[in-house]
Design a protein around this ligand. Structure first.
Ligand code: GLA
Length: 386
């Protein structure tokens, strides 16, 4: 793979790549739409990801090329001109990271040629954008010897997404991608950024990611809408409760104070975030106690809450999950990521995985009219130089 990419670099830039970097994608097992509400999430890095090959330049040009968008060719941009430009399309993600680095006083005085190649299915909700952001951060740190921790890079990448790309996302994706570890999921408290690794030993079961193949159109504006609905609910609760984030309260406190939230839709959004946060903690405990069955039940409840209260699923995700629930060997299944299309994550007993893929695939195609794609997920390490 790496040799193929090096040949590609030579073909595109007519010179040899000096260094190779990689950042994974991520799949979230449970804890959805809690990360901008101060709650817990439980994602892991996967072995699909984004490769970046670079060669430093002596002038002030940065040249960007992605093998995934070869029709857009090489884009040449001056270091001093990192402002957002719609025409730069995908390159706005790495540009955004460079912009954040520069705004934080980091001096990038000479440019580089960079080639990206990603094998995360695009638009599938497995964080291809956070992956390209974090890999860019790791490249910059290495090229210019910046004194930054991985968590700094994670924060800068999130900032690029929030302030440059304009998606008001939480920190989960960039964190999982930067800090992931092979065979481990990360329980991250997004309020304090305290985290712990949890071994994923599923005792004869696998994590299956199913892609609805529905592109996440309009997802970004809907995402920002959910976020502001949660903020409205929080403001209403703050009229009586001393809290800074929704997930600081548990289910009981929420039920006792729900009446403070004036808008019924906002109340349901808050309910999801608060219950989902508690479910995440229960799910991690269940895993520690080797109670995979309970873990699966909590995944199913998470989906129902995302479907009914948070309303971020849609017919494709619901169909895929509801078919999965009926299949033998399925321990749990839910949508993963932002929603509105993208992927589901299921835990399936190993001996049933082949049948699962065949039967869920057939029924989905009959109902929705096009195919889903399935991947048995491998949990890999976080972003790094190769
Ligand atoms: C997207 C965002 C994350 C998180 C999830 C939902 O992936 O980038 O920050 O909010 O949606 O859990």
């Amino acid at each position: 793979m790496i040799n193929k990419l090096k040949d590609m670099f030579k073909r595109v830039y007519k010179c040899e790549a000096e260094k190779v970097f990689f950042a994974p994608g991520r799949v979230n097992l449970i804890g959805e739409h809690t990360d901008y509400n101060g709650g817990n999430v439980f994602p892991c890095a996967i072995t699909f990801g984004t490769y970046a090959l670079i060669k430093k330049r002596t002038d002030k040009k940065i040249r960007f090329y992605s093998e995934n968008f070869e029709e857009l060719g090489i884009m040449e941009i001056n270091i001093d001109d990192m402002k957002y430009n719609k025409e730069h399309d995908w390159a706005n993600y790495p540009k955004g990271v460079i912009w954040v680095f520069e705004n934080n006083g980091m001096k990038i005085d000479s440019g580089f040629d960079i080639l990206f190649y990603g094998n995360i299915p695009n638009g599938a909700g497995l964080s291809s954008s956070a992956s390209i952001e974090v890999v860019t951060g790791v490249v910059l740190k290495d090229l210019y010897n910046f004194d930054l921790s991985m968590i700094d890079i994670v924060k800068y990448s999130q900032k690029a997404e929030n302030e440059y790309v304009g998606v008001n996302c939480g920190i989960m994706d960039q964190f999982a991608i930067g800090m992931g570890k092979k065979d481990k999921a990360i329980l991250l408290d997004t309020n304090t950024l305290k985290y712990q690794y949890s071994s994923i030993k599923l005792d004869g079961a696998s994590i299956v990611i199913s892609n609805t193949n529905k592109r996440r159109g309009l997802a970004d504006s809907k995402y920002n809408e959910r976020r502001s609905e949660c903020e409205t609910a929080l403001k209403d609760l703050q009229s009586e409760l001393k809290i800074n984030a929704l997930c600081e309260i548990n289910e009981d406190v929420f039920e006792k104070n729900r009446h403070l939230i004036k808008n019924e839709v906002c109340a349901r959004r808050a309910k999801h975030a608060i219950y989902e946060n508690q479910r995440t903690l229960k799910a991690v405990k269940a895993l520690e106690n080797k109670d995979i069955k309970l873990f699966g039940e909590l995944m199913n409840k998470s989906h129902i809450s995302l479907r009914d209260d948070y309303e971020v699923t849609g017919i494709e995700l619901d169909t895929l999950v509801e078919i999965a629930w009926k299949m033998p060997g399925v321990i749990g299944s839910r949508m993963t990521g932002a929603g509105f299309g993208g992927c589901t994550v299921s835990i399936v007993k190993d001996e049933f995985v082949d049948d699962f893929i065949k039967n869920v695939g057939e029924e989905y195609k009959n109902k929705i009219g096009y195919e889903a794609i399935f991947y048995v997920a491998q949990i890999g390490d976080g972003a790094r130089k190769l």
